[in-house]
Design a protein around this ligand. Structure first.
Ligand code: MRU
Length: 347
């Protein structure tokens, strides 16, 4: 795996290790994973999160399943692998990178199916490493392209965490910011805290502080005021799934930011590796939106602030219509005012 400063996931001899993102930034700890089942649980419980990182974790989950079954006969091996694919594909529903990575692992397994389980396991581990390495390269490429969109001294708002922690490294939206800073621009970041899981406050702020990139944290409901005051020059977010027509699923609250950006004539960019584009669906209404536990809204960790028994909604993502997106930033080029035809040309 190509090294970056923050190693969200790493392979250690015979098992996977992932930073426990639930406890950042107060604690920093890697957790060890030895099976597909445990990786699926790590994804479900948000030890690892962010679309590309979930895809990488799932690929390693498949590799772990194969390694654990490498002494089995072919029938038991294939049966065990089927159950690994099944459990990982049910870990979270919205980020398409999960399904993209599982499909890639399945195709790899099928091309090696005449080999022994031991050899298939080796092939699958190599493929998981490839997915993680390519993810970092993709982020660097899209970061380099996206950096050209940011003027020097730009004040850039971001929502959620689309950084190194949401990928194998470098990040998508934060990758664009890193690349702009590396090119000598004096970029400053404004991070929405991103209720209710606080990816902006806990993760984006931490990443930027680690690298001395100037960052200001705001509560989500302050973004409109800052835009009105002329304090934001551009917005960059990541995405969990983009439909063929350019509709964007991203962390809950993104839609609100995009509407405000339109009102204030601020460019709204979406950093989007091609692995996040789902060409099998026509528009955003076909993207499944995950509903998460009510405890994430009524309190945080062991502290509850809402009345016991109150009814709660907790959709974890929303859809921003393509018409609100100024451009998609991909590793193959920038797609201004995305639509089906322009997105199709990328493939
Ligand atoms: O629920 P999460 O933290 O997995 O949601 C992550 C996001 O919505 C990110 O903005 C998105 O995955 C893009 S990450 C490069």
């Amino acid at each position: 795996m190509t090294k970056t400063t923050i190693e969200t996931l790493r392979w250690n001899n015979n098992h996977l290790e992932m930073i426990d993102q639930r406890i950042l930034p107060t604690d920093f700890q890697y957790l060890a994973y030895h099976s597909a089942e445990s990786v699926a649980e790590g994804i479900r419980s948000m030890v690892v999160r962010g679309a590309p990182a979930i895809g990488c974790a799932a690929a390693y989950g498949i590799a772990l399943a194969a390694l654990n079954l490498k002494e089995a006969n072919t029938e038991n091996f294939l049966q065990g692998m089927e159950s690994a694919f099944n459990i990982l594909s049910h870990s979270r529903p919205t980020a398409v990178n999960l399904f993209w990575a599982l499909e890639r692992m399945r195709l790899k397994m099928e091309t090696a199916v005449e080999s022994s389980p031991n050899d298939i396991a080796t092939v699958l581990l190599t493929e998981a490493h490839n997915i993680a390495t390519e993810d970092i390269q993709t982020n660097r490429s899209l970061g380099y392209l996206g950096a050209t969109l940011l003027p020097d001294s730009a004040r850039v708002l971001t929502h959620c965490n689309a950084g190194a922690l949401a990928t194998a490294g470098y990040g998508t939206a934060l990758g664009v910011i890193r690349a702009a800073v590396e090119s000598g621009k004096k970029i400053s970041v404004i991070a929405d805290e991103t209720r209710p899981f606080l990816q902006g406050a806990r993760l984006t702020a931490w990443e930027m502080v680690q690298e001395n990139i100037p960052i200001t944290l705001i509560a989500d409901n302050m973004a409109g005021h800052l835009m009105h005051c002329g304090d934001i020059d551009a917005i960059i977010v990541g995405t969990d799934r983009v439909a063929s027509n350019g509709d964007v699923a991203n962390k809950i609250g993104t839609y609100m930011v995009a509407v405000l950006a339109k009102r204030h004539n601020i460019p709204f960019y979406v950093a989007c590796p091609l692995s996040t584009i789902d060409r099998s669906i026509n528009n955003g209404s076909e993207i499944p939106i995950e509903e998460r536990p009510s405890e994430e809204v009524t309190g945080y960790q062991n502290h509850q602030w809402a009345a016991e028994g109150v009814k709660v909604r907790n959709p974890a993502f929303d859809i921003t219509p393509a018409e609100l997106v100024t451009a998609l930033i991909t590793e193959k080029g920038i797609v201004s005012h995305p639509n089906k035809e322009r997105i199709c040309k990328l493939f």
